[in-house]
Write a protein that binds this ligand. Sequence first.
Ligand SMILES: Cc1ncc(COP(=O)(O)O)c(C=O)c1O
Length: 358
Amino acid sequence: MSTHVAQSAPQPGFGTPGPVAPGITLGISAAVGHTPLIRLDHLFPSSGIEILAKLESVNPGGSTKDRPALAMVRDAFEHGRLTVGGTVVESSSGNLGVALARVCATYGVRFVCVVDSRTNATTVATIRALGGEVEMVSEPDPETGDLLTARFRRVEQLLEQLPGAVNLYQYGNAANPGAHAAGTMAEIAEATDHRLDVLMAAVSTTGTIAGCTAYLREHSMDTRTVAVDAEGSVLFGGTAAPRPLPGLGAGVVTDISRTVDPDRVVRVSGLDCVVGARLLARREGILAGASTGGIVHSLGSLIPELAPGSRVAFIVHDGGVPYLDTVYDDAWVQQTLGADADALVQAAASLQTSARRG
Ligand SMILES: Cc1ncc(COP(=O)(O)O)c(C=O)c1O
């Protein structure tokens, strides 16, 4: 399934569009995908590694989730599960919510998004601005102590209350990894002539890493996959603990994660994410979210293990603007993670030093 073919796919509810002139795209969904792949020479200088960043943050919804949102809604329409005037109820840490709010707006579908108290305020406001309704879960599930489980319970309640409402279930929907296989990874592979040593992605539903892995196996590429997970996430055998930042890790083992076996799993702390995100912003001018910061930190630690000349690609999962009050705010970092601005600069410098070769 392609994630960037909306030009030829009339969207239900808005009549049949006329022909589109070359150079003009029809509808915002046509702008999903075909994101830039950027070589980064300043992030880890003298590392002897070629580092490529796949800028999913430039998708119209600002994140990696635009592809699966579009693919899951299209799939639901194609299989008759969803029609114009229908309702989607979905749990999201934020980015899928923004993406679905946009897709549902263009498909004439009501959207109710269940988020939790970790979701960035800007993200909640964006979902509402795009016409989505927001259900905020503030209390963890009493049995498991987990916010994601509490979100799932709220989704179940809403599905009972809203007749005909559909849950796309991003945690197990095959269209989620499918969008990354056909879109994200296919684009990286084509741009690198199918020569890539390491692919790094952050994990939550694990749709990105699962889809990318499926493409790599299907095309017999011997690329090693690195899943960057949060400390406190239960994915891939992790132990549950509170996680301070949204978008990274999961409090339940997702169905998709049972189908994927990354070559390496690296766990990062909230502070690692902040250090990595700030380094990427200040060395490469790319303002990214917390999970991408976690990837950058993991990459710095892995470089000494990589053969000189290795080519590494990583996903920039989302942009940093929604994180200006957290990841990029010294007072928040001090209060929540217990590190001052000087300590962050020193941590970034030592990460860069450890990644130098020769
Ligand atoms: C910022 C961010 N990074 C990484 C991920 C992980 O993506 P996936 O759900 O495909 O594992 C997500 C998913 O919500 C995200 O929002």
